[in-house]
Design a protein around this ligand. Structure first.
Ligand SMILES: [Zn+2]
Ligand SMILES: [Zn+2]
Length: 334
């Protein structure tokens, strides 16, 4: 099968022919139709994620069709259209039993991070990682659900957002542009904050109550109850924490490996500020989002769709911040 393979960190991906994997017990073989790319792929190809092996096929935002079932999987699964939860978890621990694969203490790896991902034409994963895709959602719209949508949706749930809260969506790229939609759907006051005007305009169109460039946000004297930080840069996080009112929640949705942020402990003490970590999301949440997209309540924001062999171009577009929402790679397999 064709795959875009990383041979050295910070190097380009190369198109190669690699063996099609075969599904082991409880696993399925998926023919990948579309694979979204995101900031994590820059960290993976840049060697920032220390667990990524070489050579490696990235791609963790996967939508496709089950073409073969391993032992123990009902054969009726063959032919089903699915998206995949990224985390190859143990399926037996307390977290896994609730579908919180993201918090399994015994992970075998993640698709596209440690395991071969969706920049190959086929992937294998446990059947229970698959969530069925209704026919009204295209593969290209669906592939970004397990990352761009799920990560920010889970973060919103972690923040325990209530009516009356004022929420800031810090950065309205792939995560934030969908986060704005989730909050608007719940009738929550959400302020989009970004450096780029076109992204702010689009966020306003998709339901943001207000849209401010970063400087205007920092100069605004009003305090907010929740900040969803999709940026995770020290120059942003420390100062932004002080924009929170009493009992404010600072949700770290983005992440920067090896980079530490500094927070004002006295401010946190005086205001009982909470800092909340959040990591991908759960199977039940993934199913909820599929329902919302299927009902037309949430729109998949995709800037462009490129063929597999242009995956390097896709990564370059992400690096330059030149995209609205996500960029998706499509396999040439019908
Ligand atoms: Zn991603
Ligand atoms: Zn587990």
């Amino acid at each position: 099968m064709r795959a875009m393979v990383l041979d050295e960190y910070n190097g380009k991906l190369t198109l190669r022919d690699v063996p099609v994997p075969s599904p082991k017990r409880n696993e399925v073989l998926i023919r990948v139709h579309a694979c979204g790319l995101c900031g994590s792929d820059l960290k993976i190809t840049g060697g920032k994620i220390k667990t990524t092996p070489l050579p490696h096929t990235p791609g963790h935002e996967i939508a496709g069709e089950i073409v073969e079932c391993g032992a123990g999987v009902p054969s009726g699964m063959t032919g089903k259209r699915v998206i995949t939860h990224t985390y190859a978890s143990c399926k037996t621990c307390e977290s896994c039993k609730t579908g919180a694969y993201n918090m399994c203490p015994d992970l075998h790896g993640r698709l596209g991070f440690e395991l071969p991902g969706g920049l190959g034409e086929y992937v294998v994963i446990d059947a229970s990682n698959c969530v069925l895709l209704p026919k009204e959602i295209s593969f290209t719209d669906a592939c970004i659900i397990p990352c761009a949508m799920l990560s920010v949706y889970h973060g919103i749930n972690r923040a325990n957002i209530r009516p009356g809260d004022r929420v800031v969506m810090l950065g309205v790229g792939g995560l934030g542009i969908h986060g704005v939609q989730f909050l608007a759907l719940r009738g929550i006051h959400v302020t989009a904050v970004d450096l780029k005007k076109d992204k702010l305009d689009y966020a306003a169109k998709l339901g943001a109550t207000e849209a401010l460039d970063f400087e205007a946000f920092m100069n605004d004297q009003n305090k907010v109850s929740v900040i969803m930080d999709n940026v995770a840069k020290p120059a942003v996080t420390g100062p932004c924490l002080k924009k929170l009112a009493k009992n404010g929640r600072y949700v770290m949705v983005g992440y920067s490996p090896g980079v530490e942020s500094v927070f004002d402990s006295e401010y946190m003490h005086l205001n009982e500020t909470q800092i909340i970590g959040t990591r991908n999301g759960t199977i039940p949440e993934l199913k909820e989002i599929v329902g919302l997209v299927s009902a037309g309540k949430i729109k998949s924001i995709i800037d462009r769709i490129l063929p597999l062999e242009q995956a390097n171009t896709a990564l370059e577009l992400i690096r330059n911040g030149d995209i609205m929402g996500r960029v998706v790679v499509q396999h040439d397999n019908g």
